[in-house]
Design a protein around this ligand. Structure first.
Ligand code: NAP
Length: 492
């Protein structure tokens, strides 16, 4: 059974009441974080309003709470605390004024600095108490910090103990999503992201409607996005919606990876990994698209030529690498322009996306000129593919049929910027912006003003994702489901 617990942490009793009632809409269990209240008040009214089982928590600051509390204050609180479904007692609270009903106690230990080297001993200390449930929360700095957490869950299951084990932080997200399927008594989620009571918590709504946490089991096929950063990605929205639409038991999660080599050795490669999980496929994004090549058993020739892999399939114990960026990039272009043969194309940027774009354009017999702010990088990429290059600052695009933006200009923090104005685009037939957040970038608006056809980066994003899905599942996804889920995640 999957339980989602939503902690509520408010300064006033009125705000606590409101938040607790709201939490009941998406939570199976509500945690009342009493340490967040600035003034302690009678809790009976709040408890009478909560229609879910309640965990009562009174956490001292040094264990991640919001209050300076000495032992005496904590003992006093628990001595008169109302009985709820569970009390969360920190493991150092060896005695409380009145003997608790241990069958309703979660004994907890938090480490916000990392994964303690004596984690096993800590687990054993918790397990030696009569508490019904053991809780261990550690801070993940890398995805591999999830391993000891999953191992604790395995051990607790083997020993028939109820346990909650979490790796906090973005790198630990897998423990929050997969934990219940691996025996965790519950997983924590927040009402709104800005209300997180621990790093890395996502909303209960997302846990249910994007990741379908209630439906994940040990047979679930697992896919994920390897990169840094990955939390902002819309890929989980697309792939999870496509799994569901195809009625497949699959889940796709962000995997925040710093050290690719260790990740592949300890978590991915079936010959060396330390985790028994049904890992089927990976998407790879910046900055790891080239770094992963050396860990693969086989790489398709196109990906080798491009020098980047964005898709990995794990099959028969081996790792196979593909590049779906190039085909995903070309698909919307061919739809819009029919043929690229002989077209004069300006590619702006000299990074990973530009590399796949140039490779694909040359395969379709276009004539390419590279424009980059860094002349050395433009020259280096230009020489790889034997295409001409120019400095972006002095660019005129008048002699080109097609202009492609493969830089972050116009996206994210650079939302107000554009690599070309309507004046610079006069006479250009089509403008394609690979950036997709926002969907309609400033460049695309400038292009419309100049009378050019436009192609959105979202088209490429969905096209390359559709090809990844097919490689992992052998099935064609619903492209409209993928498109709509991505667009909605981007606020459309
Ligand atoms: P990347 O490898 O980091 O390359 C980025 C390129 O943009 C580099 O040439 C960089 O130049 C240049 N650049 C960065 N900031 C710039 C600025 N302020 N002015 C001018 N040039 C600038 O990134 P990437 O993976 O190629 O991605 C590039 C863009 O394409 C991103 O917006 C990404 O989201 C988008 N993309 C979209 C899809 C899709 O499916 N739609 C797929 C892949 C990428 P320096 O080397 O000098 O920094």
């Amino acid at each position: 059974m999957t339980r989602v617990c939503v902690p509520v942490c408010e300064k006033t009793i009125e705000a606590l009441e409101t938040a607790a009632v709201r939490a009941c809409e998406s939570a199976d269990v509500v945690e009342l974080r009493i340490d967040c209240l600035t003034r302690l008040e009678d809790l009976q009214r709040v408890l009478s309003l909560v229609s879910r089982p309640v965990i009562l928590t009174f956490r001292p600051r040094e264990q991640g709470g919001n209050r300076d509390l000495d032992q005496q204050a904590r003992q006093l609180f628990w001595g008169t605390a109302p009985q709820t479904q569970w009390w969360d007692l920190e493991s150092d609270l060896t005695s409380v004024a009145k003997e608790p009903d241990w069958s309703h106690v979660i004994v907890s230990h938090h480490d916000f600095s990392g994964v303690p080297s004596d984690l096993t001993e800590i687990y054993e200390r918790l397990a030696a108490t009569p508490a019904a449930i053991l809780k261990l929360a550690v801070q993940a700095h890398d995805i591999t910090d999830c391993l000891p957490v999953f191992q604790l869950l395995d051990r607790a299951q083997a020993e028939k103990r109820y346990a909650i084990a979490i790796a906090m932080g973005n790198a630990g997200l897998a423990t929050r999503i997969l934990g219940p399927s691996r025996g965790a008594f519950l997983t924590y989620a927040v009402l709104e992201e800005e209300n997180a009571t621990a790093p890395g918590q996502i909303t209960a709504q997302k846990l249910r409607s994007v990741y379908h946490v209630d439906e994940i089991d040990r047979e679930t096929m697992i896919c994920g996005l390897v990169g840094l950063p990955v939390m902002q990605s819309v890929s989980p929205h697309m792939h999870n919606a496509a799994f569901r639409n195809a009625d497949l038991n699959g889940v796709y999660l962000p995997l925040e990876v710093r050290d690719v080599q260790t990740f592949f050795q300890r978590m991915v490669d079936p010959r060396t990994r330390e985790l028994d999980w049904n890992l089927r496929g990976l998407s790879v994004t910046a900055p790891h698209k080239s770094a992963v090549l050396e860990f693969l058993d086989w790489i398709e020739p196109e990906a080798k030529e491009i020098g980047a892999v964005n898709t990995i399939v794990i099959e028969d114990g081996k790792l196979h690498g593909f590049n779906t960026d190039a085909a995903g990039f070309i698909a919307p272009l061919v739809d819009t322009l029919d043929s690229l043969n002989g077209l004069r194309v300006a590619v702006i940027g000299a990074g990973g996306a530009a590399r796949a774009a140039v490779w694909a354009l040359l395969k379709h017999d276009a004539t390419v000129t590279l424009f980059a702010r860094d002349a050395d990088k433009a020259r280096a990429l230009g020489q790889v593919f034997d295409v001409s290059y120019e400095q972006l600052s002095s660019a005129s695009f008048a002699d080109h049929d097609l202009v492609i933006n493969a830089t972050p200009l116009g996206s994210g923090d650079l939302i107000d910027q554009t690599p070309a104005t309507a004046e610079q685009l006069a006479g250009v037939r089509c403008v394609y912006d690979l950036g997709y957040n926002p969907i309609d970038t400033r460049l695309l608006k400038e292009a419309s003003k100049a009378g050019c056809k436009t192609i959105r980066g979202l088209e490429m994003l969905v096209a390359q994702a559709g090809k990844q899905f097919a490689l992992w599942t052998g099935r064609s996804p619903s492209m409209s489901v993928m498109y709509e889920s991505a667009a909605s995640a981007l606020g459309h």
